[in-house]
Design a protein around this ligand. Sequence first.
Ligand code: GLU
Length: 322
Amino acid sequence: MRKLSFFLVLAIIGLTFTVVSAQPRSTFVTIGTGGITGVYYPTGGAIAKMVNRTKKEHNIRAVVESTGGSVFNIDAIVAGKIEFGLVQSDRQFQAVNGLAEWEDRGPQTTLRAVFSIHPEAVTLIAAADSGIKNIRDLKGKHVNIGNPGSGQRQNAIDALTAAGIDYQKDLNAESFRAIDAPGMLQDKQIDAFFYTVGHPSGAIKEATSGARKVLIANITHVEKLLDKFPYYTEASIPIKLYPGAVNEKDIQSIGVKATLVTSAAVPDDVVYSLTKAVFENFDDFKKLHPAYSSITKENMLTGLSAPMHPGAMRYFKEAGLQ
Ligand code: GLU
């Protein structure tokens, strides 16, 4: 009897082991985002939520990583360190065409587009006591233009140049991360900072709700910029989103789009499943952040300049979107 139960236990262990090991292993994918007070970080979370909720169908688990932003994400994807990343539409265009940070390295030919998400505005936040109301008032001021891995750094340089300001000579430019800028503004270490971000965002709420009064400055004199660069559009930031800011009217600026990119090396099935998980649960996805208020399935296919990944294309064709 004892011997019998011993063999029975062995058999059960063996069976359990076979069942467990017969299950296919999950594929893990990482989505690179930005600082946790931006909109990329919760957007990575929203995409991961849709993927992980449908895991039974595809066996993919998505995780989110906080990073330095667009430029960092593109380089990490091309290097095969992460599978997906959120990047500004202008940065996608520059990487694909070997411009800006990619001028020396040339076109990033393995970069692939998946879809676009919310609009982002080039946002200039300034202390009310600094006398800055417009980008033109930044001369001689202490201004954070952004860390080198960020998307906003080049936007700040472009907007300053258009306004006739040389960021290397005419002001005291800093290279801090957007997550640190609101605190530095409150501590009077800087007069203003640039952040290209969807609205509302945690960072701008934080910057406009401290003891030091803060406003969002207008970015004007952008006509030449709009003519020269295909990826910039006019944008307006609704002041009602930031009741703590001292502005009275909506703010004039320029904008780009947040987009999701991947690498040609990421398998079609993985990109297909992620795209499907977001698009088939679009109404739930859209509720996950107020910055998504204007997105539609159709406009999520605009603002892309890298070749579309075949996995995403397969889903869009199937869904009649392409
Ligand atoms: N647009 C910023 C960047 O590319 C990030 C904005 C965000 O995190 O929402 O670095």
